[in-house]
Design a protein around this ligand. Structure first.
Ligand code: ADP
Ligand code: MG
Length: 853
């Protein structure tokens, strides 16, 4: 059967002969995933090597391989194979291999040349999974440095306007139109409250309503996850006649045979496939003419409260909804029903942010480092992450012990990189493997991933029943949840049994596959996963390792306020069981707007999911983060300098001793700081002292030959420290004599020079004998020293007044008898000759009692 992509098969081949980079853009269903690998192989472009096709998800990787193998009439694992986590079906004969990206990235770590691989095909680039971005960057780098012969093809169902071409330049670019039929759209008339009217029931009811108008074609229903799919199937089987319909689920957790069944065609019967996102673009389900879209998907996102990535059910963006609708028009005109209103559609995001902008990067940062990337900042990102997100990731990896202080990978980090999960859990499981509590830690990890399984604010009856059945042991809030989950599991997640204890049965059920996933991963790393009785202490130590960046220390016994590591402050939630522990780690750190709290603060930080820990464990597990520091501080209430010895975990003060007598030098330095800051003025440090310092510094410039020492701000501080020596309070220093300490700066001879060449006052001869006139010096080197004198005191002065051995003229402020300045001049000669005669008459009339020469 000819597919649109076949029209450009020749162009693809010739483009790849000319260039080893190709961008291929074609709509879903045009034949990219299944045909391009074959076109490349059959054109001989892979030589004797392999064509490796990268897929963001496991299910399509396997199913595409199966499809291509059957198109080539081969057995899966021979010419065409696949490799995904925990499942590898390929051989020496394999020429087309479908793999998940994370796996290839890991493979690149061990084999940086990827010898034997001739062509790398990146499928579904438009989905912009973080690992797609990372693996492509790594592949381009490898091609540039080590493998110039490697061919790279990037395929996308929608165009990443231009930027991809720039990124891959020089590259060739091809596109192919799809072959689509018109699809009519329909929305709900009014919003539905899915808490009351379950989305699966809604979907089933709507389908039965649509059927009379759409008597032909298969149906594809999109649901967010396995659980919702199962419920939808249940509702559909009740609504549709079995003789006419076949109803099948499709999602990643199904066994392969069930997945295959969903894409097969069934003669004589119409088919309904209820699928997750995988049918949005990755997989083709032929014959579909009706799409019913719940508008929901599980979307990975960084949850700042938990400090991890979560996968919660969210509303999809409009671009995804369009992709989904497009699945109805593949073989004939189709119809799409959206289970939301048109009004709400307009309010949805246009497109989802790429993962690199919305998820936590610590797992990626760890695997890049493990792959030998030097600097994450210089990495050739297709789209660089927010620098703050990168910083947050690095800081967390440092706290987890994966990076050292210089940001380099540690041996623990190297081991952690092998765990396909968030580094917090990698760290916890690694430790759990050592001390024999893998199962409980995997369960805790699974419990933190989704919605809380314990309902809050349950009634008295449920609360008492909870206490009776689950106990009230108080070392970790997780312990109660673990017991609740085990109880729920034993009851087969029975709604009734769970409800009586205030357990959310559905949320508890969703923990199971995640737990299995974590246990599988742990087993994959050869950790012992047998059920063994585990001590509370062992479990709590693991939690401490995974959440050491959420370590909190209670401020007092009376309130629930705490200091948190990294200079944060918060309050433990009241319903936590660890109210009595002075030290704990919080699984969740949540900022609450003050509008929601009674305290007047802007934001309140609430700590929950707490686990009590011991100070000794910190010392044992984080020897490098533990320190004891003597700190000299000025105690504002005691009004004196005291020394406190603080025990710190990173920057968090765990304990503080009482006031001790501080080291003399340190106390003096602290007092000096406050003197300099102006909080504690010294009475003796007056203008004369300041003038002395200025005189010294100016004279140093004027007469460098004297080789006087400068007195810098640092020296000033040293002098004041000297003055404060032996004191711990202001009372002791405020009246201390200042002059001796200042003058000591100069030798006797230097002091004499200072008085001689930059005198404080100079003598003026007058008819009434000698008068001393003060010279004011300015710190600013452009301002001359100034002498202010009354006119009568200057009659005997001829010429200029100069200091510094005649090198520096003094500016004279000539004052009238009322001390008001008449003139500013540096030359008296001119004054006597030019100005004085003009003003003399008036002055003498005004001040007749004074002498007027
Ligand atoms: P693309 O990657 O461009 O979305 P695919 O290569 O996945 O397209 O599929 C191209 C076409 O091949 C589909 O439109 C469909 O007609 C056919 N096809 C692919 N997989 C299957 C399958 N498992 N069963 C039947 N037809 C299939
Ligand atoms: Mg495809």
């Amino acid at each position: 059967m000819a597919l649109p992509i076949h029209d450009i098969a020749g162009e693809i081949a010739s483009a790849l002969r000319e260039s080893n980079r190709l961008i291929l853009q074609a709509p879903t269903g045009s034949g990219k995933s299944t045909q391009v690998p074959q076109i490349v192989l059959d054109a001989g472009l892979a030589g004797t090597g392999e064509v490796v096709v990268l897929q963001p998800r496991r299910l399509p990787a396997r199913m595409l391989a199966a499809r291509v193998a059957s198109e080539r009439n081969g057995k899966l694992g021979d010419e065409v194979g696949y490799q995904i986590r925990f499942d590898r079906v390929c051989s020496d004969r394999t020429r087309i291999r479908f793999v998940t990206e994370g796996l290839l990235l890991r493979q690149m770590l061990g084999d940086p040349r990827l010898d034997g691989v001739s062509v790398l095909v990146f499928d579904e680039f438009h989905e912009r999974h973080l690992y797609t971005d990372l693996t492509l960057a790594r592949a381009l780098d490898m091609q540039k440095r080590l493998r110039p012969d490697l061919k790279i093809i990037v395929m996308s169902a929608t165009l990443e306007a231009g930027s991809l071409e720039t990124y891959l330049a020089p590259c060739r670019s091809l596109s192919s139109a799809g072959r689509t039929f018109p699809v009519t759209h329909e929305y709900l008339d009014k919003p539905v409250d899915t808490d009351r009217y379950a989305v699966w029931q809604l979907a089933a009811d709507e389908l039965t309503r649509l059927l009379p108008k759409h008597p032909e074609g298969d149906v594809l229903i999109f649901m967010p996850g396995g659980y919702e799919i199962d419920r939808t199937i249940g509702a559909l089987r009740a609504a549709l006649r079995e003789s006419e319909w076949i109803v099948l689920p499709l999602h990643g957790e199904l066994p392969p045979a069930a997945q295959d069944a969903a894409v097969n065609r069934y003669d004589g019967k119409r088919k309904v496939v209820v699928s997750t996102n995988v049918a949005e673009t990755s997989l083709t389900i032929d014959g579909v003419r009706i799409v019913i879209d719940s508008g929901l998907a599980r979307i990975a996102r960084f949850d700042p409260h938990r400090g991890i990535n979560t996968l919660l059910v969210e509303k999809i963006a409009r671009s995804s909804a369009d992709q989904r609708a497009g699945r109805a028009g593949r073989t004939a005109p189709g119809h799409c029903l959206r289970l939301w209103t048109e009004k709400e559609h307009g309010q949805r995001a246009v497109a989802e942010l790429p993962e690199i902008r919305r998820i936590d990067l610590s797992e990626a940062a760890l695997s890049l480092k493990a792959g030998g990337i030097g600097s994450l900042r210089d990495f050739a990102w297709f789209e660089a992450p927010d620098p703050r997100a990168l910083e947050r990731a690095e800081s967390l990896l440092h706290d987890l012990g994966a990076f050292d202080a210089a940001g380099e990978l540690t041996s623990v980090g190297r081991k952690m990189a092998h765990f396909p999960m968030h580094p917090r859990y990698a760290r916890m499981l690694l430790e759990a493997g050592e001390i024999g509590c893998v199962r409980p830690i995997a369960l805790i990890a699974a419990l933190t991933q989704g919605r809380p399984i314990l309902l809050r604010d349950v009634d008295k009856k449920a609360d008492t029943l909870r206490d009776d059945l689950l106990g009230t042991e108080g070392e970790s809030d997780f312990f109660l949840q673990m017991r609740a989950w085990r109880y729920a599991e034993k009851s087969g997640f029975s709604m009734d049994k769970c409800r009586s204890l205030g357990i959310h049965a559905q949320a508890a059920r969703q923990v199971s596959p995640i737990l299995d996933h974590f246990l599988k991963a742990a087993k994959g790393q050869k950790l012992p996963i047998e059920e063994t009785p585990a001590a509370s202490e062992a479990i709590r130590k693991c939690l401490l390792l995974g959440f050491s960046d959420h370590l909190a220390c209670r401020l007092d016994g009376g309130t629930l306020r705490c200091d948190i590591v990294h200079k944060r402050r918060g309050t433990l939630v009241r319903d936590s069981v660890v109210r009595d522990a002075p030290l704990f780690v919080a699984g969740e750190v949540r900022e609450v707007d003050s509008r929601n709290t009674r305290s007047g603060k802007d934001v309140e930080v609430l700590l929950s999911q707490a686990t009590a820990v011991e100070e000794e464990w910190l010392r044992e597990l984080f020897p490098e983060d533990f320190s004891t520091k003597a700190e000299v501080i000025f105690d504002e209430s005691l009004k004196r300098v005291v020394q406190k010895t603080r025990t710190l975990f990173r920057d968090l003060v765990l304990r503080e001793s009482g006031e001790e007598t501080p080291d003399e030098g340190a106390a003096a330095a602290l007092l000096a700081q406050r003197v300099l800051g102006g909080q504690m003025p010294l009475h003796g440090w007056d203008d004369a002292v300041e003038q002395w310092i200025i005189r010294l510094n100016r004279l140093r410039e004027w007469m460098p030959d004297l080789q006087l020492p400068a007195l810098t701000p640092d020296d000033r501080q040293a002098i004041i420290e000297q003055l404060c020596l032996g004191a711990t309070s202001y009372r002791e220093i405020k009246d201390r004599p200042v002059w001796p300490a200042v003058k000591e700066w100069l030798s006797h001879e230097q002091q004499r020079w200072l008085d001689q060449y930059a005198p404080e006052r100079i003598e003026l001869k007058t008819s009434k004998g000698e008068r001393k006139a003060k010279i004011t010096y300015a710190a600013d080197p452009l301002t001359s020293p100034v002498l202010a004198a009354r006119i009568q005191d200057l009659y005997e002065v001829r010429g200029d007044i100069r200091i510094a051995s005649g090198r520096v003229p003094v500016t004279i402020h000539i004052l009238a008898p009322n001390q008001r300045p008449i003139q500013v001049t540096s030359s008296l000669e001119n004054f006597w000759k030019e100005s004085y005669p003009k003003i003399k008459v008036e002055l003498s009339r005004k001040y007749p009692k004074h002498e007027w020469r």
